[in-house]
Design a protein around this ligand. Structure first.
Ligand code: 5AD
Ligand code: SF4
Length: 365
């Protein structure tokens, strides 16, 4: 069997290589994290970009089998922020020199919602003359909606494929017309056509997922030539059908460890993309996001959702920071990032290097 160092010496990582690393003993993985840190330094540098996260609404028309705000969960208390609250949260990000924000919500495509989001985007663009860059994470929409939101001022869009394998996707979602793997792939294509920086991602350690599935996910990201990735550990939620698998899952710490390995492998494979240190990592370990930064991530998303809504945007159990003011979370984060030799890039958009190189016709890294 090849050593991890030997595998990492190869020109290009293949499926078997990725499976081997994902299945390796923890003690073998030192060379992986060292290599990822070196590639990160030359690919994107030591700076960490901030995205102020606004959880705009937990109203969702979908029913994903893993998610706490699925439409079938009658126990979820639903909310939608007002346009004024959303723009105020964006102003807060602007004043704190975050450089960019993410607007995330459950998926819906009704005309009033689409129009409301368009107005919000125009309102945000008016703040500081377009000084904030905006990422949307609002699920599958028509190409026309994607175009309208782009024209209204959104720059990036995050649409996780959740599972690149159609088989696994089917096991994690209801088998109906609203939850089709093929439609999700089409939506990713439409986002690129509309001009967005495109991000995707998966859950890691989900029920029925194998190391081979995760290896295929990494190859999927590379083949799609994504600009950014948000991926994190699966965490069970008691009011969801997949909770029935909870007892058979590896412990949460193992799922976090696997997520860090995924981040490190992806950094080695795609040196100049943006990779997020996600909230689910922090839910398992209070220092989970910082560990992800050491493993190769370069983006963090401090939560700017008003406190009274935050308790209701519960995708999974033990979500962190529910009672924390955004100021506290960023100050803590800043101190920890400094400790690990990085720094926060205030007031910068932090566009994906991969995207900028493609746009200018430059060579890939
Ligand atoms: N555990 C971890 N991540 C989850 N998401 C939804 N439910 C869970 C869960 N139980 C993720 C999905 C979705 C993103 C907004 O949150 O990947 O795309
Ligand atoms: Fe809705 Fe997204 Fe949750 Fe699926 S994962 S139920 S689309 S919020």
């Amino acid at each position: 069997m090849k050593s991890i160092a030997e595998i990492l010496g190869k020109e290009s990582l293949e499926r078997e290589d990725l499976i081997r690393v994902l299945e390796a003993d923890e003690g073998e993985c030192g060379p992986l994290f060292e290599r990822a840190a070196a590639v990160k330094r030359s690919g994107v540098g030591g700076r960490v970009y901030l995205r102020g996260l606004i959880e705009y609404s937990n109203i969702c028309s979908k029913n994903c089998l893993y998610c706490g705000i699925r439409s079938g969960n009658a126990a979820a208390v639903r909310y939608e922020m007002t346009e004024e609250e959303t723009i105020a949260a964006a102003r807060h990000a602007f004043e704190r020199r975050f450089g960019s924000i993410v607007i995330q919500a459950g998926e819906r495509d009704d005309a009033p919602f689409v129009a409301r989001m368009e107005r919000i985007l125009r309102g945000i663009r008016a703040l500081g003359g377009g000084a904030l860059h905006v990422t949307l994470s609002l699920g599958e929409q028509t190409p026309d909606t994607y175009r309208r939101w782009f024209e209204a001022g959104a720059h990036r869009y995050l649409l996780r494929i959740e599972a690149s394998s159609p088989d696994l996707y089917r096991k994690l979602h209801p088998d109906d017309a609203r939850h089709r793997h093929a439609s999700r792939l089409e939506a990713l294509g439409a986002l690129r056509d509309a001009g967005y920086q495109v991000g995707t991602g998966v859950m890691i350690g989900a029920p029925m997922q194998t190391a081979a599935d995760l290896a295929d996910d990494l190859l999927f990201f590379r083949d799609l030539d994504v600009d950014m990735i948000g991926m994190g550990p699966y965490i069970e939620h008691p009011d969801t059908p997949l909770y029935a698998h909870a007892r058979r899952l590896p412990p949460a710490q193992k799922r976090l460890e696997l997520s860090l390995r995924m981040v490190a492998l992806l950094r080695v494979m795609m040196p100049d993309i943006n990779i997020a240190a996600t909230t689910a990592m922090q839910a398992i370990d209070p220092g989970g996001r910082e560990r992800a930064i050491l493993a190769g991530a370069n983006v963090v998303m401090p939560n700017l959702t008003p406190a009274r809504y935050r308790h209701d945007y519960l995708l999974y159990e033990n979500k962190p920071g529910l009672d924390q003011a955004p100021e506290e979370s960023v100050e803590l984060l800043e101190a920890r990032i400094r400790e690990s030799g990085g720094s926060i890039a205030y007031g910068e958009w932090g566009d994906s290097g991969r995207f900028l190189a493609r746009k200018s016709g430059g060579p890939p890294a």
